[in-house]
Design a protein around this ligand. Sequence first.
Ligand code: FAD
Ligand code: UDP
Length: 364
Amino acid sequence: MYDVCIVGAGITGITAASVLAREMNKKVIIVEKREHIGGNCYDYYNGVGILVHKYGPHIFHTKYKKVWDYLSNFTKWLPYTHKVLAFVDGKLVSFPVNIKTLEQLLERHFTEGEMQSWVEKNRVPIEKPKNAEDMVVARMGRFLYETFFKNYTLKQWGIEAKKLSPDVTARIPIRFNRDDRYFTDPYQGIPKDGYTKMFERMLNHKNIELVLNTDYKNVINDIKFNKMVYTGPIDYFFDYQFGPLPYRSLNFAFKTLNQEWFQPVAVVNYPNEFDFTRITEFKHITGQKHSQTSICYEYPQDHVIDKNVPCYPIPKKETQEMYEKYKNRAKKLKTVFFIGRLAEYKYLNMDVCVKRGMESIKMI
Ligand code: FAD
Ligand code: UDP
């Protein structure tokens, strides 16, 4: 007999298990469909011994001290500041857009004030941007939209930015200084021994039992439990009653090269050329020393249930409406709690998933 059954051993489910077992002394079972823990945050040492992220680059960053402090019980952190460059017109330029970006693109010096007037002249005043294109055009203008966002967004989502919610591009700032960090949260770092090791420590508790390689629907009638924390896809829980919620997926193509380095920073975005969106070189992130290097190309593709991994909920009006129908059904279930990227059908970063997992204490 378990107090709680958790579906999914991603970062959300693992955090929920850890807090429920440790803070509330609950007996927990986690059922995970994949052969490994960690969900999309899983990392592992590849054939030549380089630590890679199986589902693309994962950089931990948060403004929530309590999230950082909680994970710090299970890992030390490698200080890491994420830098991204964009490949544009044969050049690698600074991204997100800052003074250096304009200087590199327009080949002249800019002061902060000059950048402000340049942007003021180029931006299109739109009071309340209603889609992902307007969100960029309103803040930085059409030239920068077309240089960095238009084609990347089309590749990434398979949909024009005009048809996507403004939140998609609102994630990316424009800076009127020379700060070229991708994230500016006060807490940033990479788990010193990797994400999977940190998750193993979180799960290492007498109250937690883990079952891998198992779809929960195949065993749920054999498990006795009082409450459920569900972190799988919400539409699957309700047998796709209102139709399948669409996701965007990625094909991660890995390569190991017989050279020490491939590119100057961890991630290079390719907004306008090629079918892939970006290339990640993992050693920049992990700080690992190795004579070879491993890189990963991300090729966006549609999600096909049971064929590839659901990576990104598609943020647009129609999908939100479909999700609301599932959410209303979910609300009526008083002993099942739906949290995480798939259960809330929302683009959540890791830190918010940890926060949600920690909040499961209040639900149970
Ligand atoms: P998941 O990781 O999807 O875990 C859900 C788990 O449930 C999975 O293991 C799944 O197999 C399991 N499951 C599903 N159905 C069933 C079932 N029927 N039975 C049993 N188990 C089931 N966030 C950041 O903060 N920083 C980053 O740099 C970052 N980079 C990212 C890069 C990419 C390419 C992607 C796709 C995401 C990135 N994220 C990043 C987001 C991060 O991956 C998510 O926030 C996080 O993985 C979501 O965790 P989760 O536990 O909610 O979901
Ligand atoms: N984006 C873009 N060009 C870029 C980087 C991002 O158009 O060079 C847009 C794109 O629509 C993307 C969104 O901004 O989906 C959010 O980017 P982010 O880097 O946060 O995406 P993630 O790392 O989550 O894939």
